[in-house]
Design a protein around this ligand. Structure first.
Ligand code: SF4
Length: 359
């Protein structure tokens, strides 16, 4: 291991400092007000790839609609997708429901209490299993995410590549030993303290706020003035670009939507009709003759871009007034679009204001 410090000793000394700092500085977040497994689990899943401020309204709305695991397990697919609409990474919601159904059938409706049983639920990996195990059940199981890796590698000047599964496993094992030595009743707080430190002090973007860091006197990277070198990551692959012409087909007040396939990107959600490639106005009209939507009048044409993790969609959004409503599409009102139809952000950004905000 390429580290200049004794990791166990450094970490052992850091634990009480982080616990005290967390007690005095933690943010008041809705999912920290209790340690109910359903709440902690839901928040951890929502917070993956999503900012805290963006998650707050979703978390409140989700719990208002589905207050317990039983309600989640029985929820209609379209209702679930609507509750998740705009959060992205929709497989998270599908897995949440699958896991809720597992809790109902395999665990009699009670959230399991052991790391192995929690880890076996759908959509729960090492990180989430560690978070729920430690926060809800005080188990000595760390939750190692990007925030924790940043603090860890800087604290110890650990120059191994954190994208390597074996390195992450080793860091997790090292932390597990530290957790096992941490007094009972404080393991969940340690998990939260590590996450909080990485999110608010040893921040992911820009310079860390070392002057207010509780472990600044222990931090090897700060001592060596090499903070920006950690964590070591693999070079990111560039995103693939895909081009589409997306149609907003409006007949009276209704617009055409269709269901996406049950597998692949945005599986099972609604979408606007679209064709591969980008078209100019007349070509866009000519190329949908087979859809039999009747005469088309062009209202607007504009460019939109949506970025997924690995793909960029470059779209030409074509708003057409049409005269027929063929059955190949589902025709929905603006009100249905707002309240019932889960249309992912990639398509929602193509809609003109007149449809998203008819008033
Ligand atoms: Fe991060 Fe600075 Fe704290 Fe080190 S001292 S853990 S670099 S915030």
């Amino acid at each position: 291991m390429n580290t200049k410090a004794n990791p166990n000793e450094q970490l052992r000394c850091a634990v009480p400092l982080m616990l005290q700092w967390f007690a005095e500085n933690q943010r008041d977040l809705p999912w920290r007000r209790d340690r109910i497994p359903y709440h902690v689990w839901l928040s951890e899943i929502m917070l993956q790839q999503t900012r805290v401020e963006a998650v707050k309204p979703y978390y409140a709305r989700f719990l208002a609609a589905l207050p317990d695991i039983k309600a989640l397990s029985e929820c209609e697919h379209d209702t679930l997708m609507k509750l998740w609409e705009g959060l992205g990474y929709y497989s998270r919601a599908r897995n949440l429901q699958k896991a809720a159904q597992q809790v109902m059938t395999k665990h009699g409706g009670e959230f399991p209490h052991t790391y192995e049983e929690i880890r076996a639920l759908a959509g729960i990996g090492d990180y989430t299993a560690g978070a729920v195990s430690s926060i809800c059940f005080d188990l000595p199981e760390p939750a190692v995410d990007g925030n924790v890796l940043r603090v860890y590698t800087r604290l110890l000047c650990d120059a191994r590549c954190t994208d390597e599964p074996a390195v992450r496993r080793d860091i997790r094992e090292t932390l597990r030993k530290i957790y096992a030595e941490t007094p009972e009743g404080t393991r969940g707080t340690l998990t939260q303290a590590l996450m909080e430190l990485g999110a608010t002090v040893c921040v992911p973007n820009g310079a860390p706020h070392c002057q207010c860091c509780p472990v600044r006197d222990l931090c090897e990277a700060r001592r060596c003035d090499t903070v920006s070198q950690y964590p070591v990551r693999k070079e990111k692959k560039s995103r693939r670009t895909e081009e589409y012409t997306v149609y907003i087909l409006q007949c009276g007040e209704k617009i055409a939507v269709q269901k996406r396939p049950d597998s692949g990107l945005l599986a099972g959600l609604w979408e606007l009709p679209h064709l591969d490639g980008r078209r100019k106005a007349q070509q866009a009209i000519d190329d949908i003759a087979a859809w039999r939507t009747g005469a088309a009048e062009l209202i607007s044409l504009r460019s939109c871009t949506h970025i997924f993790t690995h793909i960029e969609w470059h779209m030409t959004a074509v708003h057409l007034l049409v005269t027929k409503m063929p059955e190949r599409f589902t025709w929905v009102t603006p009100e249905q679009l707002a309240s019932e139809t889960a249309l992912p952000t990639a398509f929602r950004i193509c809609l003109p204001d007149i449809i998203t905000d008819p008033n």
